[in-house]
Design a protein around this ligand. Structure first.
Ligand code: ADP
Ligand code: TRP
Length: 321
């Protein structure tokens, strides 16, 4: 079984990325062959600052390695170090119906937010399909918002296989129900584009501030809160704290006599503790950037060898060679 996933270097990674995609991906590295990459080509659809992209790419590498990605177990590379993926994108794009892309939620959401779309943003799912298909991937761990893109990938693979003969392996999304959509500071899905994120790494003071500013209702501490399980801080606490602590905090909130200020302090402590080890590891890696680059370069060579084989297979089947 081959596991594959990618993450864009479009901004600082947040706890939604962590629980929705990174942690499941890191756990899966122990199960089978894993390929993880930094989707720098994808970031070009929305980020237009070269230096920022370079910095973000390095940050994603540091974040992922600090959180436990083990280069001895998983292949971890930059998407653009395997340029074959753009060639495969062309082959796939000729079999991709326009309406299928017009229907993609993430594209429609961006249009609805007033973003002026470029062709790359529209064609984004086809590049993602190439990312997945070029490594004969079986399993794709992602958050719920990416499920449709994996379905698009499957549709394109079926069409290619029907048109040109059996070429691609059929991938499946792997989504963890309990962390499919981690809430942000405003209660909506946490996302870099909604300005509601809690970053995995950063300075303590601003992060504490963010958590203390979580949006709550105006009920007094004394009032019982029968809907305690719906509270954003409780939902987040369940991710960071041991189950018994999260449960007893929820019970206290439900019973009344426990204020939101205390709740947020508890949340911050558990959040900060949860990433303590990763924070130390990240500081170490920051002083060892040569090692980080070596990991990315070595992995890219391995990824490229496989990508070339699959691209050749696709080119043969469609009559390009
Ligand atoms: P963002 O929405 O912040 O731009 P990305 O689209 O870069 O995040 O997502 C990277 C990965 O993290 C994807 O697999 C996505 O499904 C997952 N992810 C992002 N936000 C969340 C969230 N709030 N809850 C669960 N998973 C998430
Ligand atoms: N589109 C994904 C995101 O924004 C990133 C991504 C690119 C990806 N290619 C992929 C994820 C292939 C899984 C598989 O999160």
């Amino acid at each position: 079984m081959r596991i594959l996933s990618g993450i864009q270097p479009s901004g600082a990674l947040h706890v939604g990325n962590y629980f929705g995609m990174m942690q499941p991906a890191i756990e899966l590295q122990n199960e089978d062959e894993a390929f993880y990459f930094i989707a720098d080509y994808h970031s070009m659809t929305s980020l237009f600052d070269a230096e920022q992209r370079r910095q973000n790419t390095q940050d994603v590498a540091l974040d992922f390695l600090a959180c436990g990605l083990d280069p001895a177990k998983a292949i971890f590379f930059r998407q653009s170090d395997v340029p074959e993926v753009t060639e495969l994108t062309w082959l796939l794009t000729t079999l991709t119906p326009m309406p299928m892309l017009e229907n993609c939620h993430s594209y429609k959401d961006k249009l609805a937010k007033g973003l002026k779309p470029n062709h790359g943003l529209f064609a984004y799912p086809v590049l993602m399909a190439a990312d997945i298909l070029i490594y004969d991937s079986n399993v794709v761990p992602v958050g719920r918002d990416q499920k449709q893109h994996v379905e698009v990938t499957r549709d394109i693979a079926v069409k290619f296989n029907l048109t040109y003969g059996e070429t691609f392996v059929m991938p499946e999304p792997r989504i963890r129900a309990e962390v499919a959509a981690v809430p942000g500071t405003d209660g909506q899905k946490m996302s870099k584009s909604y300005d509601n994120t809690i970053e995995i790494f950063g300075d303590e003071k601003p992060l504490r501030k963010k958590i203390m500013r979580l949006v709550m209702d105006s009920r007094t501490p004394e009032e019982p809160k029968p809907d305690a399980d719906q509270n954003i801080a409780i939902q987040l606490l369940k991710l960071f704290a041991p189950a018994d602590i999260a449960q007893s905090t929820e019970d206290q909130l439900r019973a009344g006599g426990y204020g939101y200020g205390d709740l947020k302090k508890t949340l911050f402590e558990h959040y900060w503790e949860h990433f303590a080890e990763a924070r130390a590891k990240r500081a170490e890696l920051e002083n060892n950037l040569d090692y980080v680059n070596q990991v990315l370069n070595d992995s890219a060579q391995k990824a490229r060898a496989l990508a070339t084989t699959v691209l050749d297979r696709a080119k043969k089947n469609c009559g390009l060679c």
